[in-house]
Design a protein around this ligand. Structure first.
Ligand code: 11C
Length: 343
C-alpha cells in the first residue's frame, strides 16, 4: 500500500517543483493532494501527466495522510504545522519558522540522516521536520565529505543568489526591468529595494542588529545545527540577476591537511555531488547550467595558500530543487526507505 501525500503551497514556485519531483521520482504515493489558500481553490496544477485541482488547506482533513510537504511561508507553517503533526501526519516544512526549534530536526539526507533516525525513533514528537534554507542546503552537501576527512575549522561563504529565491514576483521584476531597460520604460523596483537587472544587491532578508542580514545568519545557524556547532562560519549573501540556481564561493580552513586533488576525489565519491573542475575555459559550472538539475555542482577547487590547510571552491545548485523541493521529497524518501514510519 502506498502513501498519502499532501503538498501545501501547491501553486507556488516550490510547491509546483515538489509535485513535479514526486511524480518524476515515482514516490510511492497512492494519493497526492494539492492544497492552497482559499483564493486558489479549484485551480489546476500539474502532477506528472495528470492535473490536480487545489483544495482548501483550511478545511482539508489530514487524518490518514502520511506526509505533508509544506511551502507556503512562515505564517502558514506557524499556524498549521503543529496541528497537522498532531494528526500523525509527518510535516516536512520548507519555511524558516521551525528550523531553529530545539525539538525539530533540520535535515539534508546526504548530511545528517542520523538526526532523522533519532527523531523518528522518539515516541513523543511533534511530527515536524524542517528543510534548510536553499543556500545552506547546497553548502552542507559540499562540506560534509570534506569535514569527515579533514575537519573544518572555519568557512567564509559569499553567495550569488537567484531571484527565484524570493518567489514569482521577483522573477517578474527581473524580467520586466531587463525588458524595461531596452524596450519599454524602466519600472520602479517593488520586490527589491534597488534595481536587480544588470546589478547585484548585497541584501537578502531583513537586517539584524549586528549588521548581518537574516540570510547570512541562517547560513551560520543551519550549518552549525546540521554539520557541527564547532565550525566557525561567516557569510555575505548577495542577490544577482539570475532566474534560477544559487552559486557560492566558499573558502574553507581545515584542522588537517587536504590537497585540492584529495578534495576532488572525495567529492567525486560523495552523494548528491557532481564535480566539474577542469582548469580551462568553461571547465566549471554556472548557475544557468545547474537549473533543473538535482546535483550540487562543485568547480574551481584550489588551494588557499594564505592559511594552513586552506581550500577555495565554487558550489552551484538549483535553489528550487536541492535548495527546497528536492530535499523535501528526499527527506520523505529517507523516512520510507529506512522504514522509519510505522503505518
Ligand atoms: C532566498 N534563501 O534566496 C532565500 C529563500 O529561509 O527558506 C528561502 C528562504 C528560507 O531569498
Amino acid at each position: 500500500m502506498g502513501y498519502k501525500v499532501a503538498v501545501v503551497g501547491a501553486t507556488g514556485n516550490v510547491g509546483q517543483e515538489m509535485l513535479g519531483i514526486l511524480a518524476e521520482r515515482g514516490f510511492p504515493a497512492d494519493e497526492v493532494y494539492a492544497l492552497a489558500s482559499s483564493r486558489s481553490i479549484g485551480r489546476e496544477v500539474s502532477f506528472g501527466d495528470k492535473t490536480l485541482k487545489c483544495k482548501d488547506l483550511e478545511t482539508f482533513d489530514f487524518n490518514g495522510v502520511d506526509f505533508c510537504l509544506m511551502s507556503a511561508g512562515s505564517d502558514i507553517s506557524k499556524k498549521w504545522a503543529e496541528k497537522i503533526g498532531e494528526t500523525g501526519c509527518i510535516v516536512i516544512d520548507n519555511s524558516s519558522f521551525w528550523r531553529y526549534h530545539q525539538d525539530v530536526p533540520l535535515i539534508v539526507p546526504e548530511v545528517n540522516p542520523h538526526h532523522l533516525e533519532e527523531y523518528m525513533a522518539q515516541n513523543e514528537r511533534m511530527n515536524i521536520i524542517a528543510n534548510p534554507n536553499c543556500s545552506t542546503a547546497q553548502l552542507v552537501v559540499a562540506l560534509k565529505p570534506l569535514h569527515d576527512h579533514a575537519k573544518i575549522k572555519r568557512i567564509v561563504v559569499s553567495t550569488y543568489q537567484s531571484v527565484s529565491g524570493s518567489g514569482k514576483a521577483a522573477m517578474d521584476e527581473l524580467w520586466n526591468q531587463t525588458k524595461g531597460i531596452f524596450v519599454t520604460d524602466m519600472p520602479e523596483p517593488e520586490v527589491y529595494p534597488k534595481q536587480i537587472a544588470f546589478n547585484a544587491i548585497p541584501h537578502i532578508d531583513v537586517f539584524m542588529e549586528d549588521g548581518y542580514t537574516k540570510e547570512e545568519w541562517k547560513v551560520l545557524a543551519e550549518t552549525k545545527k546540521m554539520l557541527d556547532p564547532k565550525i566557525k562560519v561567516t557569510c555575505t549573501a548577495v542577490r544577482v540577476p539570475v532566474f534560477i540556481s544559487h552559486a557560492e564561493a566558499v573558502n574553507i580552513e581545515f584542522e588537517n591537511e587536504i590537497t585540492p586533488d584529495e578534495a576532488r576525489d572525495i567529492l567525486r565519491e560523495a552523494p548528491g555531488i557532481m564535480v566539474v573542475d577542469k582548469r580551462e575555459d568553461g571547465g566549471y559550472i554556472t548557475q544557468v547550467e545547474a537549473a533543473g538539475e538535482d546535483a550540487t555542482f562543485i568547480s574551481r577547487i584550489r588551494e588557499d595558500a594564505t592559511v594552513e590547510n586552506g581550500l577555495n571552491m565554487w558550489v552551484v545548485a538549483d535553489n528550487l530543487r536541492k535548495g527546497a523541493a528536492l530535499n523535501t521529497v528526499q527527506i520523505a524518501e529517507a523516512i520510507v526507505n529506512r522504514g522509519l514510519l510505522k503505518k
